[in-house]
Write a protein that binds this ligand. Structure first.
Ligand SMILES: [Zn+2]
Length: 566
């Protein structure tokens, strides 16, 4: 017994004395509970084995240790993006770069260029962008897309699309076409379809899914390359927020081939438009649930989409969109509050089945009305047994209220939040909702003061560039937005909702790790945690505020290995 104990101690000592990697002479922002800053950190076997002063950590040095002198540089825990769509984004520029689509003129020249290359009758899909981000601040109508009459055209604004006259003709959509369930064929003043289809894509004929036409090898490559770009942006873990069975298979292949550059946590999304019974069977028969997997690849939450988007006027709000909503989104009804896609009864049935299978629950709920409906459902589940241990969370929840936040706190519900919306869409949204209506728009201060855990994500879905993509996935841009609350036009939106740099960093580290059920192994630089780190070129805690967005990673370390160096 004594011998065994001695053996264990000497093994530990040996192990500890021979670190794989030591970073010293720097500023290690640990994000531990005291937010302590240290000088050095050591890693062995993929775990952090020492953190503290230079002298204490350098004791771990062995003959094969790689020792890096940080020369005063700052190290953060590997950053986490709580909301990406990596495959779609990877494929979006896999074959060719996308032009910036920021005006009607740019959209029309994109259509012309495509029409010159595509056979007559072939669909042209304008890659996803939102009217809030167009110079005109207006949803295009079919006339804008009527560049030629030989090609059906679809402008993709996610849950709402706009098609041209050729597409309406091809699909037989006329003034007599009834609205599909939960959707709308928008009509102009004469009662004719103006091209806008809200949640009504099912009416389109012959249009292919975004990932059609790519081989499996290409998809694997596109996904791997996209995850590599995340790594270069300083991210070491992401939550992929809407995977299908096919996407799961791709991730599993990358994992099996040791090709995952960052850790991935998958959110399984079901199409809630399908019949309840069918959805229940699918939930019950899946052989995975929250936590299935390992430290590189595992399942996170179960998701449904409850409403549309605020960038397209279909987010289900507590109040009508009003006059500017008509201009920006082409709404025809002044009382329009957006669309709620799922009835409360159906939502509760689906969530009950998911919870009973061990899932953490989340839902896309962008507008305040959808937030309230989500909380209603989780409150009902909570009455049966506490929901807090499932770490279920709101997703987006951009239009909040103090009441809903207090309710989330009471239930132990957290939130996955996207700062880029404030930066990119703030100017247009302020025109719709006015200054007062924006009071609880992405209200980070209110969340934190209420004690709700929040995670930072980008909702990156299209494009490869970390600052130019829809939406930008540069985590330093995201943290800067949280701190400065500035829009692309430089205006500050409700400065009373600003949070500190430390708090913004927590959103992209320990907060996001909490939502991933990984806060015991990631999200801070502490003994025994996984050695996922990012070394940056400027000091996050002291650079001038507007410089935070420009911080560049100079080294990203995953599992104790230097995985990215520019
Ligand atoms: Zn998303």
């Amino acid at each position: 017994m004594i011998r065994l104990t001695l053996l264990c101690i000497s093994t530990l000592a040996l192990y500890a004395a021979d670190a794989d990697l030591i970073l010293h002479n720097g500023k290690i922002v640990t994000v531990d509970s005291k937010f302590s800053v240290q000088q050095a950190v050591a890693a062995a076997g993929g775990k952090i084995t020492a953190v503290g002063s230079n002298a204490s950590v350098l004791k771990e040095r062995g003959p094969r240790t790689r020792v890096i002198d940080l020369a005063g540089r700052t190290v953060l825990p590997g950053l986490i993006d709580s909301h990406v769509h990596a495959l779609g984004a990877g494929l979006s520029e896999f074959r060719e770069p996308l032009p910036p689509l920021d005006s009607f003129a740019a959209i029309r020249s994109y259509i012309s260029a495509q029409a010159a290359r595509k056979p007559k009758g072939a669909w042209i899909v304008v890659p996803r962008t939102f009217p809030t981000r167009l110079m005109e601040m207006r949803m295009p109508t079919r006339e804008v897309l009527d560049v030629d009459s030989d090609h059906p055209v679809m402008f993709d604004a996610s849950y709402t699309v706009v098609v041209n006259s050729a597409a309406l003709k091809l699909c037989g959509i006329t003034k007599r076409t009834p609205n599909p369930p939960g959707g709308e064929v928008v009509k102009d003043k004469r009662g004719e379809p103006n091209g806008m289809l809200k949640n009504a894509m099912s009416l389109l004929k012959g249009i292919k899914k975004e990932d059609a036409g790519f081989s499996e090898a290409e998809k694997l490559q596109a996904l791997e390359q996209m995850l590599r770009r995340y790594l270069a942006a300083g991210l070491t873990a992401v939550s992929d927020r809407a995977v299908t069975a096919d996407d799961i298979a791709l991730y599993r292949k990358l994992r099996a081939g040791n090709r995952l550059p960052v850790r991935a946590v998958l959110t399984w999304r079901l199409n809630a438009a399908r019949p309840t019974g069918e959805l229940m069977r699918q939930i019950q028969s899946a052989n995975y649930t929250t936590g299935t997997g390992d430290a590189w690849l595992k399942f996170g939450a179960f998701k449904v989409t409850m409403d549309g988007g605020m960038t397209i006027g279909t987010a289900y709000q507590r109040v009508p969109y009003g006059e500017f909503g008509e201009q920006l989104y082409g709404q025809t009804n002044p009382d329009d509050r957006g669309l709620l896609f799922i009835t409360p009864e159906k939502l509760l049935a689906i969530f009950t089945a998911a919870r009973d299978k061990g899932w953490q629950i989340t839902a896309h709920c962008q507008g305040g009305g959808a937030v309230d409906a989500f909380l209603d459902a989780l409150e009902a589940l909570d009455r049966q047994r506490p929901i807090a241990p499932t770490r279920s969370h709101l997703m987006h929840a951009s239009f909040q209220s103090p009441e809903a936040i207090a309710r989330a706190r009471r239930l132990g519900i957290s939130a996955d939040i996207q700062m880029p919306w404030l930066y990119k869409d703030g100017p247009a949204l302020e025109k719709v909702f006015g200054e007062r209506g924006m009071r609880y728009f992405i209200p980070l201060r209110t969340y934190l003061d209420a004690g709700v855990i929040i995670a930072g994500g980008s909702d990156h879905m299209i494009g490869h560039d970390k600052n130019g993509a829809v939406n930008p996935y540069n985590p330093f841009l995201s943290m800067w937005i949280a701190v400065a609350r500035k829009t692309t036009q430089g205006k500050t939106i409700h400065s009373e909702e600003r949070i500190t740099r430390a708090e913004a960093l927590r959103m992209h580290t320990i907060g996001a790790a909490y939502l991933q059920f990984a806060d015991d192994s990631r999200g801070s630089i502490e003994l025994g945690k996984l050695s996922d780190l990012v070394v940056i070129d400027r000091d996050y805690l002291t650079v001038p505020e507007d410089d935070i967005r420009n911080i560049q990673p100079v080294m990203t370390i995953v599992d104790g290995k230097v995985a990215f160096e520019p």
